[in-house]
Design a protein around this ligand. Sequence first.
Ligand SMILES: Cc1cc2nc3c(=O)[nH]c(=O)nc-3n(C[C@H](O)[C@H](O)[C@H](O)COP(=O)(O)OP(=O)(O)OC[C@H]3O[C@@H](n4cnc5c(N)ncnc54)[C@H](O)[C@@H]3O)c2cc1C
Length: 618
Amino acid sequence: MERTMRTCASGARAGGVLVWFRRDLRIHDNEVLHAAGQRARELNARVDFCYVHRKEHPGGGSSEPWHRRQGGASLAFLGSSLVALNEILGQTWGAELIFKECEDDHDSVVSALAEVARACGSTEVYFGRCYEPKLREEETKAQLQLSKAHGIRSRGFNTYLLHEPSSVAIDMRKWKGHFGTLMPFYTACKALPGGCAPAFPVPVEMPVRDESVARERGWSLGAPSNNFRGFLFPEGGWVKMLVDSWSAEGDGLSGHAFGEVRALQMLAAFVEHKMKRYESSRGYADARAVSKLSPYLHFGVLSSRYMVSRLQKAGCESTSKTFWRRLVWRDLAYWQLHHWPLMATQPIRSFYCRHEWRRDEEALEKWKTGQTGYPLVDAGMRELWQTGWMQQNARMCCALFLTEYLNISWAEGAAWFHDTLFDADLAINSMMWQNAGKSGLDQWNFTVGPTAKSLDPTGAYIKEWVPELRGLPPKFLHAPWEATEAVLAESGVELGGGGYPERMVEVIDVGAAKVRNLEAVRKLRKEAKEAGFVDGDGYDIIKAPRGSCRGAPNKGLVRVFTRLDYRGGGGGQRGRGGQGRKRGGGASSRRGRNKGGKQGGASKQVFKQLSIEEAFRL
Ligand SMILES: Cc1cc2nc3c(=O)[nH]c(=O)nc-3n(C[C@H](O)[C@H](O)[C@H](O)COP(=O)(O)OP(=O)(O)OC[C@H]3O[C@@H](n4cnc5c(N)ncnc54)[C@H](O)[C@@H]3O)c2cc1C
């Protein structure tokens, strides 16, 4: 990045542009910065930069202690990213990031913005659009009130996604398969005019002020970092452990662990060293072939559009089709959130709200704290707690353990992940947990069982996160209960008592546990069938939200993928004894699956008897 210090000509008139950073905490590929710089030059004025922090995290709302609050871990990542942003603004243009804290309501955000704008003499506010329902609402309100009450113009830009969610509609005249999975979405994205816009370079010049507005007013600045740390890390302990675990992440990379410099270095290192191995090795829990870029993407420290252009140059589409589509999955999650704004808590297949989940606080707590007695699950959950991150197949393994084996609601799991993940992302987390709970658009057609060796063939991952088992010979690491008393004694391993926990009683027989869950799903689907939510071929039917597709038959009633074992057929999953489908292990490619026969089938008859309103009131 080229560094240029450019201050505003003395005597510049008031009337500048305030850049309101949100989920675009970077200076590379940021259209907001280009537009603001250009506009300020037209006005012969200055650009100022601010971040408005709602005291409650946007995903939150609970009154639990700070560190348990929704989004707690990702809040730590946010704080560190703001420190890094302030540093890079200073280094690049000699600018500062004004940090303004306010209450957790839209009016307070608008007041804070207006106060900063007034202090800076800004008459316009430019920002990157956000796509979570609460944040969308926030910006709509801000634009209206800034204009009406304060005479401040505002402009939003898409700095976050490859495609605006509202612009993508699946063409059901051309797509004959299931609705809402990756391929029809990807096809719809590719059909959009203009495709994905090119990435913006870092602006060479930026008209910024000489003096510090924040210091004059006694407001916080990004630097010194204590301002953020004092606010965001009040308890040390857990949060400090998370931040330190990422700061220690070396890979020979230099600089701040959380800013865009690090993200760009990580992307370059991924392309050079890991991309070729992604197809074959992405499924290992030890993260040897994945990018670990998720928190940077979540907060917009890394631009997804820039990432695509970098991957394109590196020939990713042919080297790793799966990685090439990862950011399409990300867009798909936001498209789902756009159309199902309540999907963090409400099943997309609405009738799955009748699923009889178990309520069992003790079991849930054991799962959260990595004390289930299944080493792979416990390793994942402990890594999550200690680092705020877990590899995708490990996430799936832990998620399926909760939903399919313990029959505890996906919503409980989603809430815990949302609190403890560094990359906690309302859209992606909700999509994945809905799928794990079978109420999402894409019921997972596989299982990653709690003893699946494919994630950790040598047991090194288990050894790292479950130190109680380190002495065991590798062949027993996934199932220590299979070791004889003599082997346990020789290895210095104790099961139960003060040692590693015995398996939870309800899942000692994993086969029976899965059958319990299968029966619960079949029961609710029986009722759903009577109500007309299941078509003649046994597929679930949902009503496609307005704007999500074109040309859907049956007044927008569309068929969604439904597992074979739910439809009454044999095992709907490949693999035996809880093994993952294949080593690469993703949730995608189910060859032939999406060619799903005729749309609607016999359900047309059923729906004739029930009005749509009646059906969807159920
Ligand atoms: C139960 C569960 C919960 C999850 N919750 C989150 C979450 O809150 N936030 C989050 O970012 N990811 C979530 N994921 C998706 C995925 O596990 C992570 O994105 C990935 O593990 C992050 O590691 P990475 O950056 O090395 O991924 P890579 O494999 O290197 O992929 C690169 C990027 O692509 C995107 N991506 C990858 N997989 C997916 C996916 N399935 N859906 C959408 N985008 C994807 C992410 O932005 C990721 O950083 C969840 C997965 C599961 C099974």
